[in-house]
Design a protein around this ligand. Structure first.
Ligand code: NZQ
Ligand code: ZN
Length: 393
């Protein structure tokens, strides 16, 4: 196992009716900015529950954070933050809203790169130049879409002019997160599918590398993968889709998949995500759907480097024990693709009307964004990313 330091200080309030804890989790003397997306929270009753819980608080609102939140939208929140002396951000929504809240919170206290000129003061540098976040407003979260794990991690992804870039800081990790599975009942099938697949691939990217004998991490990961394989399809079937136990298992899996626990002390390979971000940035494809296209190709192209873990994945997650090594690995990859198909997400670039002519642009963007040495051993070059995209045609 590799050395690691692990701490996840986010308080989780899990279960039906937990939105009411906002009344005591958000400090009474805070000047709160409630941030949300395009309005789903007004249709499903979440907004009303939040407002009731905050009836003794002083709060203001900022809405309109879009899926794959943009810099331009998020920067608009800075006016109200200054005008109303906001000192606390409450995010209510999916990963995009929580990610957006993180950028808003960091941008509000961003002091620039120390060069003292106006050019050095653009919070976009937090993403484009990976300028360190040294201060941020405190954040609380009410999660409405289980997928990203953003509710209890320090990651955020923001888009500007087609450039979709991640940043990370412990200072933007939410102090608390409310996870009420019943609020996920209003999600469309498409968003449920996206969430299950995103969580599945977060787990895979911290698992499918090379063995460091991290038995606890491996078995936690295998448990999460099996849970998502079992429960994911139930959330799409008419007979079981409203079942709150199904929703609860999916919600907790998604949080556990990216809260730092399973990734501590093991190698990680985020190449599927980095290639996926370019697909979203360039063509606007939903985050999870970019991943379900890229991952099977990553598994195929990196079969030799990942051989030992692919065999473990085949036997422990899919119970494949028959046949020689290559047959078992190929079957595990096929079953992974079939699971994605069952979850109604694409597995090929052609499924989203992209072809070989589009690969050059994606490679160009990967290069522009410095994504030239991806994977658990930083050996996925641009040439290998091209091979992966070609395999995904
Ligand atoms: O905007 P509203 O009206 O709220 O509607 C949203 C949005 O249209 C809707 N929705 C959310 N909860 C709902 C609901 N509709 C009905 N009922 C509910 N309960 O769903 C749509 C999609 O929401 P979004 O927040 O975009 O989805 P998701 O949670 O999948 O977040 C995706 C974003 O997170 C980033 C992705 O790149 C993408 O930008 N990621 C963040 C990560 C992190 N912070 O660690 C890791 C991930 O790998 C990912 O990159
Ligand atoms: Zn993801």
């Amino acid at each position: 196992m590799l050395n690691f330091t692990f701490q996840n200080p986010t308080h989780i309030h899990f279960g039906e009716g937990q939105i009411s804890v906002l009344a005591k989790e958000v400090p009474l003397n805070a000047r709160v900015l409630l941030v949300y997306g395009g309005g789903s929270i007004k249709k499903n009753g979440v907004y009303q529950q939040v407002i009731s819980a905050l009836n003794e608080h002083t709060f203001f609102e900022f809405s309109g954070i879009e899926p794959n939140p943009t810099y331009d939208t998020l920067m608009k929140a800075q006016d109200i933050i200054k005008r109303e002396n906001i000192d606390y951000i409450l995010a209510v929504g999916g990963g995009s809203v929580v990610d957006g809240a993180k950028f808003i919170a960091a941008a509000a206290l961003y002091e620039g790169n120390g060069e003292g000129n106006s050019e050095g003061n653009d919070p976009w540098d937090i993403l484009a130049k990976q300028q360190a976040v040294t201060k941020a407003l405190p954040i609380g979260a009410v999660l409405t879409l289980p997928a990203t794990g953003s509710e209890s991690n320090g990651n955020s992804v923001v888009t500007r002019d087609g450039n979709k870039l991640p940043f990370s800081s412990p200072l933007v990790r939410p102090l608390f997160a409310v996870l009420d599975p019943s609020v996920t009942l209003s999600l469309s099938d498409r968003q449920i599918s996206n969430g299950v697949v995103d969580a599945f691939i977060h787990t895979i990217e911290q698992y499918l590398t090379y063995s460091v004998n991290g038995k606890v991490q491996d078995r936690f990961s295998e448990g999460l993968l099996q849970t998502l394989i079992e429960e994911g399809p139930k959330a799409l079937l008419p007979a079981t889709k409203e079942n709150l136990e199904v929703r609860a298992n999916i919600m907790w899996s998604a949080t556990m998949a990216l809260n730092g626990l399973i990734g501590a002390g093991v190698p990680q390979d985020w190449s599927t995500h980095m290639i996926g971000h370019e697909l979203t940035g360039a063509f606007g494809i939903d985050h999870a759907r970019t991943l379900s296209i890229a991952l099977p190709a990553v598994m195929k192209v990196r079969k030799e480097q990942k051989r030992e873990k692919l065999l473990q994945y085949a036997s422990r997650v899919w119970q494949i024990t028959e046949g020689d090594e290559d047959t078992r690995i190929e079957k595990a990859i096929r079953l992974t693709e079939e699971f994605f198909q069952q979850m109604q997400v694409p597995t090929r670039l052609s499924d989203v009307n992209l072809g070989s002519k589009d690969i050059d642009l994606l490679i160009e963007r990967l290069e522009q964004h410095g994504m030239t040495a991806l994977g658990e051993k930083s050996d996925i070059t641009l040439a290998i990313s091209r091979e992966i995209l070609t395999k995904a045609l």
